[in-house]
Design a binder for this molecule. Structure first.
Ligand code: HEM
Ligand code: HEM
Length: 217
């Protein structure tokens, strides 16, 4: 499986980024909504710490993914109306934006609350606000929470579009992003186009040699 994408298929790197980040972001959102409603306890502090560390990991992955995207290519769109291609590309751009905005607003919220920030109990990250700031804290919290609701809406369109392509249009859009499934039909290769068709089995006409190797013996 090639690391880089080609004209018709996403490469291994793009697919790994896509599915790893999709799982992490969805789990972070569900855990985030749940943990915020829990009563204060030692366990809640631990879950917050893990949410923040995984969220920072998503931020690092998003930066790596965007850098890789600059070097990689994008498979050609399958044939579809121009408005659909435009809507899909706009959704992808907004998803990339939220992959950065959600962890950054979480980091800002944490900083403006006056809390320190550690990545998986290993090293500290700097404050983005230079200390507690109640007004900034409220803004960062609103971006973090409402940004996630916007993400959910975009994902409904994104996932709905992918399923529509797969089950209604029956094209390659979803399959070429999946890690394991085979393609619906193999695209013709250069070899299969260039190779002459095999003659049907039957008696060899008189005067035609059996094989080129015996010709002239
Ligand atoms: C079940 C969930 C998901 C499905 C079925 C799905 C499906 C797909 C498919 C089929 C593509 C390729 C589209 C194409 O070739 O034009 C794609 C691209 C993309 N997906 Fe998802 N996706 C899912 C979840 C997510 C999540 C959670 C995110 C991020 C929050 C996300 C972000 C993206 C982005 C940014 C692209 C564009 C990649 C690029 O152009 O570099 N997806 N997705
Ligand atoms: C893609 C990454 C992230 C996603 C999808 C995400 C999602 C969420 C969601 C949906 C909530 C619940 C919002 C609420 O009801 O208040 C939440 C809460 C929270 N998140 Fe994140 N988060 C991410 C990254 C981060 C990061 C990097 C940090 C900090 C460094 C962070 C810190 C927090 C905190 C402190 C809360 C609790 C807010 C409260 O107590 O009301 N998050 N997160």
């Amino acid at each position: 499986m090639a690391l880089k994408s080609d004209d018709t298929r996403w490469g291994a790197a793009a697919r790994t980024f896509h599915w790893l980040m999709a799982i992490l972001i969805i789990v972070l959102g569900i855990v985030g909504l749940w943990m915020a409603d829990q009563p204060n306890s030692l366990q809640k502090i631990k879950i917050y710490a893990i949410h923040k560390s995984v969220g920072l990991t998503v931020l690092a992955l998003a930066l790596l993914r965007l850098s890789w995207r600059l070097f990689d290519r994008r498979p050609r769109d399958v044939p579809m109306p121009a408005w659909q291609a435009y809507a899909a590309h706009a959704t992808h751009a907004l998803l990339y934006l939220l992959m950065l905005a959600l962890p950054l607003s979480g980091w800002l919220y944490n900083s403006a609350s006056g809390y320190p920030l550690q990545w998986f109990w290993s090293f500290n990250l700097p404050s983005l606000s230079g200390g507690a700031d109640p007004a900034l804290k409220a803004i960062a919290h609103a971006i973090h929470e409402w940004g996630f609701y916007v993400l959910v809406l975009l994902l409904l369109g994104h996932i709905g579009g992918a399923l529509l392509h797969h089950f209604v249009e029956k094209d390659e859009t979803l399959v070429r992003m999946l890690p394991l499934l085979r393609r619906r039909q193999a695209a013709p290769t250069v070899a299969s186009v260039a190779a002459p068709a095999m003659p049907p089995p039957g008696p060899v006409p008189a005067g035609v040699p059996d094989s080129p190797a015996t010709d002239g013996d």
